[in-house]
Design a protein around this ligand. Structure first.
Ligand SMILES: [Zn+2]
Length: 63
């Protein structure tokens, strides 16, 4: 079972649906190398300074 199907099944999230146009995104790759991520972000005009390795957080859905 793919990641998007799991997210929909467990949380009810449509992670491949575009909230702006209603179109469908396609999963094409997983990029884990920081240098590659920074190069892509810089190429599209975004700051690579946003990349922060943060620890996992506790999820609380009671609010
Ligand atoms: Zn869209």
């Amino acid at each position: 079972m793919d990641w998007a199907t799991l997210m929909h099944r467990v949380w009810g999230w449509d992670v491949l649906g575009c909230p702006r146009c209603g179109g469908r995104s396609q999963f094409i790759a997983v990029i884990t190398q920081r240098a590659v991520i920074e190069r892509i972000l810089t190429h599209v005009g975004l700051s690579a300074a946003r990349i922060v390795a943060a620890p996992a957080r506790h999820f609380d859905d009671t609010s």
